[in-house]
Design a protein around this ligand. Sequence first.
Ligand code: SAM
Length: 360
Amino acid sequence: MEVYATTHKGLERITAEEIQELGGKIEKYGNGRVYFKCDERLIKKLNYHARTCERIIVLLKSAKITQLEDIYKEVKDIDFSFIRPSESFAVRSKRVGVHDFNSMDIARVAGDAIIKSYQSSRKKRLKVNLDSPDNIIRVELIHDLLLVGVDTTGDKGLHRRGYRVYQHPAPLNPTIAAALLRISNWRPEKILVDPMCGSGTILVEAALMGSNIPPGRIREGGKLTFNHKLKIIGIEKFRKHVKGCQETLSRLGIDFIKVIQGDAEHLDKYVQEADLIVTNPPYGIRVGRKSIIKKLYHNLLRTAKNILTENGSITLLTPQEKILKSTATKLDYKWTETPIVYGNLPVKIFKLTQEGRTWP
Ligand code: SAM
């Protein structure tokens, strides 16, 4: 079967690696999509195990189109007879780029085409159920590329893990947290610190990864068995976030992660040693915040030097590329960068390592 997974634009290579590890045969990737071959068993496995994918979609058609009528023609050409006559369907549409129609137009036209196609093959009018359909047909237009497929994940994307009991004002998407951990090359035996942990998304994703608990297992509910040997520490400035984070951890049964109320600018006051720092710092996008961010990033990177072990690294994402790079240069870090699109915001994942450090 031809299948594709959706992810954040820029994370395709990371997601492709994950899918390959789980058994998919990657064909290509780009534009937040990873295309691969797999069977039904693997589709189930991916929906249960994948940490960096948002949706798994069986591809029915991909075509280049220029206008709305082309969508009708292309969709009408697809054989939808795999849908049982008693079942319902809904179209979920998405549009990226500049077009003279919107995504609701796409859904309407594609819905009409599906009904027409089904009537000619099965001589029956398919039922539409927008709230709780038996079949979700994804119709995505990415610039001029039309993708039509069956969504095997459902309306609730795989990023909705369901473990948060506290709503942070700026929580990190868990699929990005998992991608950060993959980029950082974290392994269960390494000491991990998130010095601005907020509600703890990176901490929880690490606890799950390090305990081999798939995200699907959390959605099922019930008791989880964690690897209590993991060395993971969270630091957060505000008490209410510390409390919220601790609530989420204790509900999951995680008692081995220490969450300290503290200031990331003085990291070495709370932590003596870290192999990896992985974090999602504030972006300081609001006016007047830049100088605060400059100071924060500078002091974080400076004090990190006192606790990072040999070959230690810092992985973080920020849209503040200039500030980060000038700070990192001043403090003799070298880095690799991965540009991604997060929401509508272009941000970069930086992995910083220490330049020219001599070790005793
Ligand atoms: N990844 C987190 C989550 O999923 O909930 C969200 C992190 S949020 C973008 C940044 C966090 O950094 C906020 O919770 C903020 O309170 C915290 N923060 C800001 N300045 C800090 C500092 N100097 N020391 C520690 N934490 C700080």
